[in-house]
Design a protein around this ligand. Structure first.
Ligand SMILES: N[C@@H](CCC[C@H](NC(=O)CCC(=O)O)C(=O)O)C(=O)O
Ligand SMILES: [Zn+2]
Ligand SMILES: [Zn+2]
Length: 394
């Protein structure tokens, strides 16, 4: 085993594991081998749900007493894309010009590497003796997130585990390490709207009913007015039409049906129920204005909600937020913005168990070709995590 106090060595070893969702790829086994010598008890439960791939997860705990500080993250990574487009191979962990290249370097094996390094340094100095530190690590964050963190937290609490606060290591910073901490996330909901018509010859439109103009009018009704202007704590909600599907290869056939998918990121003006009601209202109002074959002569359409609704949440634990912000300020001499921007993360599951904040690396290259992290950021993040752990237990 390499020296786990070194975050660069930790990250090189993790990047070398091809843990594309949902493959474990050796990443959790490696993590276990790093944590056991530090005094962690480690378990690796596999969760299965019909219709989704089985997923391996890891739960590790150091200490048996409270309070229990959780660190949460994922070892799964998104595909590298065209490997020949990478300057250095995506699973080699090459260091060049002061940067470490590799899929997962920032999202988020880099953060895990730093947290392990922080633990190893504190353990070596005998400064990991108060309370407990638990690692909640999944192999399914980039995928459906069904057999991952949500199941692992249920599993842990069923076994009597309790958590007092959590730190998620997703790449929270926008431009520079220390510029942003995430203290909440907007909600997310996806839907699909379908309009049925009557197929026919384009030269004989009176014998057909083209569903496309109706769908376009419905979509216009959805996006015509902003959902809100945001609040003090959250950016404005946004609705994005993500796909319009006809699947019509012909130039002379009016299609029988068309549908469109959309996703909404909603702020705390709404919850899952009220945003769904607003969308239903907008579609009904738009349909009223269109002559069609439906009830009362309005356009007939179908709305289906797709997948799970992610809740909006804001962390209100001042001590947790201040401890993390203080760690950033003391270590990096930078005041982080407290933000709720961006997408969702597994913090949406953790917030039901304990207050949660997020701080990791800089997200500029995540999911891209040539994902990479400056070595100096790895050392700096390790120091931030050390400071955070020490002050949270103090
Ligand atoms: N596929 C998952 C959820 C997908 C979560 C995803 N999150 C990010 O991309 C993180 C970006 C950031 O930190 O801002 C998202 O927001 O779509 C599921 O199905 O639930
Ligand atoms: Zn991530
Ligand atoms: Zn990601």
């Amino acid at each position: 085993m390499h020296d786990t106090t070194d975050p660069v060595a930790n990250l090189q070893a993790l990047v070398a594991c091809p843990s594309l969702t949902p493959a474990e790829g050796g990443a959790l086994a490696l993590l276990e081998s790093m944590l056991v010598p530090l005094g962690f008890s480690v378990e690796r439960p596999v969760f299965a749900t019909e219709g989704t791939p089985d997923v391996e997860n890891l739960y590790a705990r150091h200490g048996r007493n409270g309070p229990n500080l959780m660190y949460a993250g994922h070892t799964d990574v998104v595909p590298p894309g065209r490997e020949t487009a990478w300057t250095h191979p995506p699973f080699a962990g090459t260091v060049a010009n002061g940067e470490l290249f590799g899929r997962g370097a920032v999202d988020m094996k880099g953060s895990i590497a730093c947290f392990v390094s922080a633990l190893a340094r504190l353990e070596a100095e005998g400064r990991l003796e108060r309370g407990s530190v638990s690692l909640v690590i999944t192999g399914d964050e980039e995928g459906p997130s069904i057999n991952g963190t949500s199941r692992l937290l249920e599993w842990a609490t069923d076994r009597g585990e309790r958590f007092d606060a959590a730190l998620v290591g997703e790449p929270s910073n926008r431009e520079t390490l220390g510029d942003m901490i995430k203290i909440g996330r907007r909600g997310s909901i996806s839907g699909r709207v379908t309009v049925e018509g009557v197929q026919g010859h384009v030269a004989y439109p009176h014998l057909a009913d083209n569903p496309i103009p109706g769908l376009l009018a419905l979509l216009s009704g959805l996006i015509a007015t902003p959902l809100d202007e945001g609040t003090d704590s959250f950016p404005a909600s946004n609705l994005e039409v993500t796909t319009i599907d006809v699947g019509n290869p012909s130039t002379n056939v009016i299609p029988a049906s068309v549908s469109a998918g959309f996703n909404i990121r909603f702020c705390d003006v709404w919850d899952g129920e009220t945003i769904a009601t607003e969308i239903e209202r907008r579609l009904a109002a738009a349909a009223e204005g269109i002559t069609g074959r439906g009830e009362r002569g309005a356009l007939s359409y179908r709305l289906d909600w797709v997948g799970r609704i992610s809740p909006v949440f804001l962390t209100r634990d001042d001590r947790l937020v201040e401890t993390l912000a203080g760690a950033v300020e003391r270590t990096l001499e930078r005041t982080p913005e407290l933000s709720t921007t961006g997408g969702t993360s597994d913090a949406r599951f953790i917030k039901d168990y304990c207050p949660v904040v997020e701080f990791g690396l800089v997200g500029q290259t995540m999911h891209k070709v040539d994902e990479r992290v400056p070595l100096s950021d790895l050392e700096a993040l390790t120091r931030v995590y050390m400071d955070f752990i020490v002050h949270w237990f103090a």
